[in-house]
Design a protein around this ligand. Structure first.
Ligand code: GLP
Length: 233
């Protein structure tokens, strides 16, 4: 894994943007995208740039179960707001949080991923080392599935909700098996609260207890962390 340490989140966003730019120059077709506060600075750089994704496909990592796409807490809403409204893709896929049959929805999403192999997958990291919503203990072989959020993730994500009880307890998530098939992976981490997870991802054993540690087994991973998040590596 290659580590790029930046002064701050803003600079990290710019470095992340450069990875997208390079991927496009290398004819990347399909981009795996992420939500959360982490990718926002990269999306801002993309929005301000002349990069053109109108011939590309995007596939997001995850979506909350039971939330409508036009709900401001949904990941679809987030993506529209921070990226798609300004930089449309030819097609943008996210799991449908309202699907009646979750097994079918997961299978359909796997089919989408299989039809569009991901050239560049963007990831954030949870404080407990989760990627997407693959929480500690999740098998490395899983594809798309409904994940139960851990207390720590519900706590961390409650900052986006009025009340912690409003945070959904489940989410569709791309599995680690699919994430690992991406040609290139870019993981971003900013802030002190990510320092332990980043250190465990880099230096710890590869274990399902720290889902991001699986990235040690991938041949092309770039991690962009600010000084605070990289402090314990
Ligand atoms: C959520 C998302 C992850 C994200 C993580 C960290 O749980 N499912 O994809 O990486 O939170 O979020 P943040 O970037 O806001 O710290």
């Amino acid at each position: 894994m290659k580590l790029i340490v930046t002064k701050d989140e803003q600079q990290g966003g710019l470095e992340g943007f450069k990875v997208f730019q390079e991927a496009l120059q290398n004819n990347a077709q399909t981009f795996g995208l992420a939500t959360g506060s982490t990718p926002i600075t990269t999306y801002e750089q993309i929005v301000q740039s002349d990069l053109d994704f109108s011939n590309c496909i995007s596939i997001n990592l995850d979506e909350y179960v039971g939330i409508k796409p036009d709900n401001p807490q949904s990941y679809r809403y987030f993506m529209n707001k921070y990226l798609f409204n300004q930089k449309p893709f030819k097609q943008s896929f996210l799991p449908n949080g309202l699907a009646q049959n979750s097994k079918q929805e997961a299978a359909d999403y796997d089919q989408i991923i299989n039809q569009h192999p991901i050239d560049l997958q963007l990831l954030g990291i949870g404080q407990n080392g989760h990627i997407g919503f693959n929480e500690p203990g999740t098998s490395f072989d899983l594809t798309t599935h409904v994940a139960k959020l851990t207390e720590s993730t519900i706590q961390a994500n409650s900052r986006f909700f009025k009340n912690i009880n409003d945070v959904p307890k489940e989410a569709y998530s791309m599995g680690i098996g699919s994430i690992m098939k991406s040609k290139k992976i870019l993981l971003e981490a900013f802030g002190t609260q990510k320092a332990d997870a980043v250190a465990a991802m880099f230096n710890g054993p590869v274990t399902i207890d720290v889902p991001a540690s699986v990235l040690q087994n991938h041949p092309d991973v770039v991690v962009i962390a600010d000084e605070a998040a990289a402090a314990k590596v």
